[in-house]
Ligand binder design. Structure first.
Ligand code: FE2
Ligand code: FE2
Length: 482
């Protein structure tokens, strides 16, 4: 690989294992798209740190033992690559009506529009989260956390590249237009918002960032897992490699929340406070009380559930039936992989009550993915609870009921408490602040968001990590702020 990035050699500029050097049409398309991407990054990427040297990993191959290399880099000079996981020789379409046929290496004409839509929706989430997180740098609780934020950001940028490569390579003129449009939409913009609700919400503080990377990047993982099963082989291979990076994003979220909880519990113990609901006393210690952490979790979990779409969905049925989007770890499931008969239980609102109904399995695929998500999300929550229990504090973080605070699907028109008990509008208005962060909570959290840019130091409200990135020692300067 040519690593001379001074000369504009796009094969060298873009680490890739897709033979870009021998594919002049796609290479030219990406060369044309690249300046717009850099403009977008400078405009909407991390604010105030574009000149800083950041200790980042860059994906340079797909070798499981050494796919990334770590070095200091200015973010606009990051080498966003196009990397596909290795092909599986003779791979077959693993599910749906084409099950057992050879996997597609070119776009199947009859499914072109549906496939493009799936790629565009996935692609749209990637730059969206960079936009949502762009103001966080200036309040980072440590250089370690600042570096992790930027790592997540540049990798979401790379995920955009991954989807844009598919659009440019396989979808001709309309692919090119979609690639342009991905740079035009803006998170939270009144006229040209990002495509999905949760990606238009604000990420106002670092606890939100950790919750977002824990809950919302985990939706990303589920979607990528489902697309990694795709009969369209280039999409499958792209998503398989993206999952490698995604794991770090969820690590940042899970350990971030863990460290916040740990610090809170330790400060409470030192101060001799045993009641987690003594919020005022806990806040005086300069840490975030556990009930507020719970409210943040309620918020981000419920917003993320909306990303799974409607409980009953013809689109999801079609995407599966056509062989484009599978289930979570389809290849490990033991059934006919076609689902033309059979049912799946779905929580619905029936006669004013929340109850299970068996519906045709094909139309319940969003639900199935969401159920798998909830199981996955609970694993880390129990690790958080262990941190609390180990310090003897009587408190458990609990994910709210799936009907709580929903903006898409069966439960949009009702209000419930976090246990799924129905509430009238009046009760909801009265009790909302019990369940979700109030203005007061937001103001308090904001007051803690003071930057800590000295190596080895951490803000008052968060514990240091157990180990450094790339095994670096505690005093390592992860970001050289310019
Ligand atoms: Fe991503
Ligand atoms: Fe991610």
């Amino acid at each position: 690989m040519n690593i001379n990035i001074a000369a504009v050699d796009y094969d060298g500029l873009i680490p890739n294992n897709v033979g870009l050097g021998d594919d002049p049409r796609v290479k030219r398309a990406l060369e044309k798209w690249h300046p717009g991407y850099i403009d977008w990054w400078k405009d909407m990427g991390p604010e105030g740190f574009q000149e800083s040297l950041v200790y980042l990993r860059t994906a340079v191959s797909v070798d499981p033992k050494g796919w990334a290399k770590f070095d200091y880099v200015r973010m606009p000079e990051y080498r966003w690559g196009v990397l596909l996981a290795p092909a599986h020789e003779g791979r077959k379409i693993p599910f749906g009506r084409h099950k057992g046929e050879d996997a597609w290496q070119e776009v199947p004409g009859e499914y072109r529009a549906m496939l493009r839509r799936l790629i565009v929706i996935q692609g749209d989430t990637e730059p969206a989260s960079v936009e949502q997180q762009r103001h966080l740098g200036k309040t980072a609780p440590s250089l370690y956390d600042l570096r992790n934020l930027f790592q997540v950001n540049v990798e979401e940028g790379r995920h955009l590249w991954a989807m844009v490569y598919l659009l440019q390579k396989y979808f001709g003129t309309d692919g090119r237009e979609e690639a342009e449009a991905l740079l035009q939409r803006r998170s939270g913009h009144p006229d040209t918002p990002r495509m999905l609700g949760a990606f238009n919400e604000k990420t106002p503080d670092w606890l939100s960032f950790f919750m977002f990377t824990y809950f919302t990047d985990r939706d990303g993982k589920m979607q990528l897992e489902a697309l990694a099963q795709s009969g369209f082989d280039p999409l499958s291979r792209t998503c398989r490699f993206m999952l490698t990076e995604e794991a770090h994003h969820m690590f940042v979220g899970e350990t971030g929340v863990t460290r916040v909880i740990q610090r809170t519990c330790e400060a409470m113990k030192e101060a001799g406070i045993s009641d987690p609901n003594n919020i005022e006393a806990v806040r005086k210690l300069g840490v975030i009380d556990l009930p507020t952490i719970q409210k943040k979790a309620n918020m981000h979990f419920s917003l993320t559930l909306d990303l799974f779409g409607n409980e009953i969905s013809t689109n999801a049925a079609n995407a599966f039936h056509s062989g484009l989007k599978g289930r979570y770890r389809e290849d490990r499931l033991k059934d006919d992989h076609q689902l033309e008969s059979g049912t799946y239980p779905v929580l619905r609102l029936i006669g004013g009550k929340i109850q299970n109904e068996d519906v045709p399995a094909l139309s319940a695929l969003n639900m199935r993915l969401r159920d798998d998500y909830v199981v996955d999300a609970n694993v880390g929550v129990s690790r958080w609870n262990k941190v609390i229990a180990d310090r003897g504090i009587p408190f458990q973080v609990k994910l709210p009921h799936v009907a709580f605070h929903r903006h898409i699907g069966e439960f949009v028109d009702i209000n419930t408490d976090v246990d799924g008990n129905l509430l009238s509008d009046a009760e909801w208005t009265k009790r909302r602040n019990e369940f979700l962060p109030s203005d007061g909570d937001r103001v308090f959290i904001e007051s803690l968001m003071q930057p800590q840019f000295e190596p080895a130091k951490f803000a008052s409200w968060i514990a240091p990590p157990k180990v450094g990135i790339d095994n670096k020692p505690g005093e390592f300067e992860y970001v050289k702020i310019a």
